[in-house]
Each structure stands twice: as structure tokens, then as C-alpha cells.
Design a protein around this ligand. Structure first.
Ligand SMILES: [Zn+2]
Length: 371
């Protein structure tokens, strides 16, 4: 009897102490390794682990060997390791032909005349050669033992409408879809759409009013994701993606991502409220929308955009330097978790100030499911 009581009290003690250690799952988007030595990476990763980060979405180019080296150090530090590599945006590369890039409604190529910014070189999602390039590139990375998963980003069309908070930065009023930001009108896309629907999209007065044309392009992205998912799953690895908030309120309208139809292991919506001129409570609204859309089939990690210089936020015009203040991060975490997120993902741990970490530490140790 005494033995049983001892055992019982041990179990009780164990479960209590476990309760105190409760923490929500946290990921972080991180770039590197640059010139960092192994020792420096080890310090960086150990520090992040101690602060409450469970896994990295790590951007280190396309060379699998980089991920072998960095992944080993991340795993030794106790972190999950996912490789964060852009999908449809690809810079000059001898493996890619200029005519594989997307064409806008004015006939201009994203290869030599990208929209908004120089790096917006989007590929056409309707070229088999493009898919094969992506499958080979991600496949080689997924073959690395240290890699837990492939994290897709820029898995979309260029923004046909920019987030509201970016209009001033680019001096644009995006009250409707304009041809210079609307893709892809290459011969493959126009021809396949005509064959499928009988509609000649080039002769349409306002292509934005044609629902089939929108769906055709959602489906092109969905098809790439689901084919890549099969490929990566065959290798026994996970696959997930950074996506726009929604999917219905924003992702489909702005960048043609119908991500509730993607066969991923997790989604990471970039719930960056400042880009949409919204407050931190809005993060909860879009989290709820996303969780509802995917029917709770896969985990959704709410992506949070951190303000790197909180003291400058009100004077700063560039939304890229906005983001959650230390006083707002707890609200965004709570709103995410209370609305069904499985955890959060920071953009980025490097943008976090000491004050952010203090507020973060309080917020991640609350069990929101019991509220
Ligand atoms: Zn095309």
C-alpha cells in the first residue's frame, strides 16, 4: 500500500511539475548562415531554444550541404529543422530559361521587368519544366538526414493587389486588378485556359470578372503544392508553407493561394496585422478563418511580424519596419491561441527586443485551451 501511495504521489508530483512547464509550440523564421562559424550557430540556436523556440524555418539558399551542416547544429540544440526556400520566386539560374517566367497582362515578363521590386522574378506555374526544377531542388534538400521538413514560401502569384499597408510605399491605389500586376498570360496559360473553358482570356474586357480564370490560377498553384507534397512525403519528410492570411479574405484575392486545398502537414499564415493596417486582435480573426477553412485537419501556426525598433514605429513610414510592439505581442499570441492556432511562428527571432522576449515569455506559458 505504501508503495502504491509513493507511486501515486510521484505521478501527482510529476504531472504538477509538467503543468508548470507548459509552453505553446513556437517556430521562428531565420536566415543564415552567412559567415557564422559552427560555434556561433550553436550559441545562437541554444539561445533560441532556451528562450522557448521549438523549431526553425531556416533560409540558407538552395545548396543541400548548407542544410546538412546547419541542420546538424540545430538538431543538437534540440530544435526541429525545416528548410525555408522560396518556390515561385527564382533569381537568375543557369537551370532556368528566361521564357519559363510569368508574363503579366501587358505581355511583360517577370524575368526582365518584375513588378514592384527587382527580386519579384516569378516563374510560370504552368510549365512542367518549372515543376521539375522545383521537385529536383526540394527533393535534394529533403534527402538530407538533418532536414525534418520543407517549408515553401512565395508559393503563389505576384500580388495582383498589394496589402493595404503597402500602397503608400509603392505610391499605388490598388482598388482593382491592374494588368501590369496580373499574371500569367504566357502562351501556355492562355492556351490551356482556352482549351479547358473555351474562353479567350486575352480578349476579355475585364479578366478579373471571370471566375474560371481565377480558379484556373488557384489550381495551378495547388497542383504544384500537392505534387511537391507527394514527392517530399515519399522521402519520409514533412512539407509546410508560409501563406497569406485567409485563405478567403486575403490569400485568394491578393496572391491566388487557395491554401485550404493544399495537402500539407502544417500551414504558417503570415498574420502580419500592420501590413493590413489592423490591430493585434485581428490576428485572432484571421486565425479563426484559417482554422475553420482547413477544418482542423492540419495544425496552423500563426505567423507574427515583430517590430525591430519599437521606439521608431510611429515615425517610420516603411511597413517592413512596423510590426508588433512588446506591448502587443502577448495580445497577438493570445488571440492566435484562443482562436485555434496550434502555436506561433516569429518573423523573426532576430527582430525581437529584450522587452519583446519578456512579454513573449509570459504569453507562451499560458495554457489557452483551458480558458
Ligand atoms: Zn504561364
Amino acid at each position: 500500500m505504501k508503495k502504491i501511495l509513493t507511486l501515486l504521489s510521484f505521478i501527482l508530483l510529476f504531472s504538477c511539475s509538467k503543468g508548470q512547464e507548459y509552453k505553446i509550440p513556437v517556430y521562428g523564421w531565420l536566415g543564415g548562415p552567412g559567415e557564422s562559424t559552427d560555434e556561433e550557430l550553436k550559441d545562437q540556436f541554444t539561445n533560441l531554444k532556451n528562450k522557448g523556440i521549438d523549431g526553425l524555418m531556416y533560409n540558407g539558399g538552395q545548396n543541400p550541404e548548407t542544410y546538412r551542416r546547419v541542420g546538424k547544429i540545430a538538431k543538437d540544440a534540440g530544435l526541429e529543422f525545416h528548410t525555408w526556400i522560396p518556390t515561385m520566386v527564382q533569381g537568375n539560374n543557369p537551370k532556368l530559361q528566361p521564357d519559363w517566367y510569368a508574363i503579366n497582362g501587358k505581355g511583360e515578363s517577370a524575368f526582365d521587368k518584375p513588378a514592384y521590386v527587382d527580386y519579384y522574378k516569378f516563374l510560370c506555374p504552368n510549365r512542367e519544366e518549372v515543376y521539375q526544377f522545383l521537385a529536383n531542388m526540394y527533393g535534394a534538400v529533403a534527402d538530407i538526414a538533418e532536414v525534418d521538413g520543407i517549408h515553401l514560401d512565395y508559393i503563389r502569384f505576384p500580388d495582383v493587389i498589394l496589402a493595404r499597408g503597402l500602397w503608400d510605399k509603392y505610391g499605388l491605389v490598388m482598388d482593382r486588378e491592374y494588368p501590369e500586376y496580373d499574371y500569367c498570360y504566357c502562351d501556355h496559360c492562355v492556351g490551356d485556359f482556352k482549351e479547358k473553358t473555351g474562353i479567350d482570356i486575352k480578349s476579355a474586357e475585364d479578366p478579373s470578372q471571370i471566375q474560371e480564370w481565377k480558379q484556373f490560377r488557384y489550381d495551378l498553384i495547388t497542383s504544384i503544392v500537392n505534387r511537391l507534397a507527394d514527392e517530399i512525403h515519399k522521402k519520409g519528410k514533412k512539407i509546410n508553407a508560409a501563406v497569406f492570411p485567409g485563405p478567403n479574405s486575403i490569400a485568394k484575392h491578393l496572391v491566388r493561394q487557395e491554401w485550404d486545398k493544399w495537402n500539407l502537414d502544417a500551414v504558417f499564415p503570415m498574420n502580419y496585422n500592420d501590413f493590413y493596417l489592423e490591430d493585434p486582435e485581428w490576428v485572432g480573426d484571421v486565425t479563426k478563418e484559417g482554422v475553420t477553412a482547413i477544418g482542423n485537419k492540419i495544425p496552423l501556426y500563426s505567423g507574427l511580424f515583430i517590430c525591430p525598433k519599437p521606439e521608431n514605429k510611429t515615425k517610420e513610414n516603411d511597413p517592413e519596419n512596423h510590426g508588433l510592439l512588446p506591448g502587443e505581442i502577448g495580445t497577438a499570441i493570445r488571440a492566435s491561441m484562443e482562436n485555434g492556432a496550434a502555436g506561433i511562428c516569429l518573423f523573426t527571432p532576430s527582430r525581437m527586443t529584450e522587452e519583446h522576449w519578456v512579454e513573449f515569455d509570459k504569453a507562451i506559458r499560458i495554457d489557452y485551451s483551458s480558458k
